[in-house]
Design a protein around this ligand. Structure first.
Ligand code: XMP
Length: 516
């Protein structure tokens, strides 16, 4: 890649979005926390431009996050967004002050001077809407800077120093609410940084395969497959690079959806030119989960059981030097500890990748610079089937966290049958791909019902379906009532052990997507 942009992260909630927008423009981009952006790091790379992110901090804080003055003298174009613009101002001798009124939400941008940053953008009418979220504003510009656009509350909504190629924007061009945000970023990339569009999925695929070949040489590599899109795409890439030197293994926990292990076996056989082994461990998982009802205990037991199985399997892989993991970019980006508080653990997440800390393998993570939607594109480019690429996410602990209460083989079977009916109905009615995640949950309570002339006393099944972009927040999917009634009927009539079906209306927050 010739054109590389560095996003310097000061802890904003939307830093990742900046990187997405840059990549959407066909330009490769990375994020680094501000603490890491030192001379040594910058010398090792050849960035064509820097973007400074927003931050929850204020440049008036005693220990405000900053960059050395030298950083601003490199003759590489800089774009500061919100806090980034305030930091430019402060470091280069201007003045930032706390606003009398916090500016949050939409504002109208007025162009006051010409600038390459807003070149060829028509800010008339609704196109002038920009998204503001700040409590400080730029009061006095550093010398050689000028203001080129304003809003009612911010005289200096866009500032520039044309000679040094340094720009500052008070609003957020990376969020979709800013109508012309994408164009502003594209002006920065192409008109100011002279980047070329050389980030596309096809060349990415070829480059990644070449990199893997160079890295692995003739060494053997193992990969834990879960059937999810990340591990499958990373196995497929490695398989294309080293063929039979890749050994994939899949742990059958007994906690997968109906027929899933079988389907995955067929798919892997068809799409991976590598060795593939299923480790059937369902008895061990059920044994370890016996009598356990506490959600966190369940998760920890499942995590530990995975690790034990992995250790046992890997001890026999004497000739294997590398372990492949489907780690994605959002997992890699370090969150910047501005306030030093650790976020609360809501649930202890884990994937099949929850592997032992001490291992005799070197790691290979071919997707570590990619976002989820890029991985899906890559999967398509690799010829993987739609069914794998666009599957709903499935949690590492599997159905154990959807069978509330004790996890027994028979309760898992009951849930598998109900879930299968619900998901098949979604597919038949072209709803599956409109939904982020849909599944059934089995409650540990029984209610009375009547079937035929007999009294029943059975469990409750919950239908859950949500829309989301990243799983961090979620909305309930709005079904037609007839569709839900049909699913409820079908489940009660066909699944032993369930006599009542309910639909969950809870969004996230306050709920979580999964139940445990
Ligand atoms: P929650 O329940 O936290 O879920 O709202 C958000 C998203 O994460 C998935 N999830 C997991 N994924 N290992 C995973 O790989 C886990 O332990 C895990 N727990 C939840 C969940 O399915 C949803 O997509």
């Amino acid at each position: 890649m010739n054109s590389q942009i560095l996003v310097v992260d000061f802890g904003s909630q939307v830093t990742k979005l900046i990187a997405r927008r840059v990549r959407e423009n066909g330009v490769y981009c990375e994020i680094e926390p501000f603490q890491k952006v030192n001379e040594k790091f910058l010398k090792s790379r050849n960035f064509k431009g820097f973007i400074l992110s927003g931050s929850p901090s204020s440049v008036d804080d005693r220990n405000f996050p900053k960059l050395k003055r030298k950083f601003f003298k490199k003759n590489v174009p800089i774009l500061g967004i919100c806090y980034g613009a305030q930091l430019i101002t402060k470091i280069l001798g201007g003045k930032v002050e706390s606003c009398k009124k916090r500016e949050f939400g939409l504002a109208n941008l007025k162009k006051t001077k010409n600038s390459e940053l807003i070149d060829s953008i028509n800010f008339e009418k609704s196109n002038s809407k920009v998204w503001m979220s700040h409590s400080d504003s730029i009061l006095k510009l550093p010398s050689d800077f000028e203001s080129v656009a304003s809003t009612d509350n911010s005289t200096n909504a866009i500032i520039q120093n044309k000679k040094s190629n340094i720009y500052g924007i008070q609003f957020h061009p990376e969020v979709t609410h800013t109508k012309k945000g994408k164009l502003i970023l594209s002006n920065f990339l192409f008109k100011i940084c002279s980047c070329t569009k050389d980030w596309d999925i096809k060349s990415l695929k070829n480059n990644l395969i070449l990199d893997i070949k160079n890295k692995l040489k003739n060494n053997n590599v193992i990969c834990a497959l879960s059937g999810g899109v990340d591990s499958t795409v990373s196995a497929s890439l490695i398989s294309k690079a080293v063929g039979k030197n890749l050994k994939c293994f899949y742990v059958d926990t007994g906690l997968m959806r109906k027929n899933e292990t079988l389907q995955l076996k067929e798919l892997f056989k068809k799409y991976l030119d590598s060795k593939f082994k299923i480790i059937n461990s369902s008895n061990l998982f059920f044994k370890n989960l016996k009598g356990i009802t506490d959600p966190e205990k369940k998760r920890k037991i499942i995590g530990k059981t995975f690790i034990k199985i992995f250790e046992k399997y890997s001890q026999n892989q004497k000739s294997v030097k590398y372990l492949a993991q489907g780690t994605l970019y959002p997992d890699v980006i370090e969150s910047v500890a501005i306030v030093g508080k650790k976020s609360l653990t809501i649930k202890s997440h884990h994937n099949v990748g929850g592997l032992p800390k001490k291992m005799n393998f070197k790691l290979i993570e071919p997707l570590r610079n990619l976002f989820k939607d890029e991985v899906r594109e890559l999967g398509k480019e690799l010829g993987l089937p739609h069914t794998i690429i666009n599957r709903h996410p499935f949690p590492g602990p599997g159905l154990a966290i959807r069978v509330l209460g004790e996890v027994t083989k028979s309760r898992v079977k009951t849930l598998q049958e109900a879930d299968y009916i619900f998901v098949e109905e979604l597919k038949k009615n072209n709803l599956y791909h409109k939904i982020w995640q849909a599944f059934c949950v089995l409650l540990p309570v029984k209610t009375v019902g009547v079937m035929g002339d007999s009294r029943t006393y059975e469990q409750i099944c919950i239908l859950r379906a949500v829309t989301s972009t990243d799983g961090m927040t979620a909305e309930t999917f709005k079904f037609d009532q007839d569709f839900l009634s049909k699913c409820a009927n079908k489940i009660v009539n066909n699944v032993d052990g369930i006599n009542r079906v309910c639909f969950d209306l809870t969004t996230k927050p306050p709920g979580t997507i999964e139940y445990e």
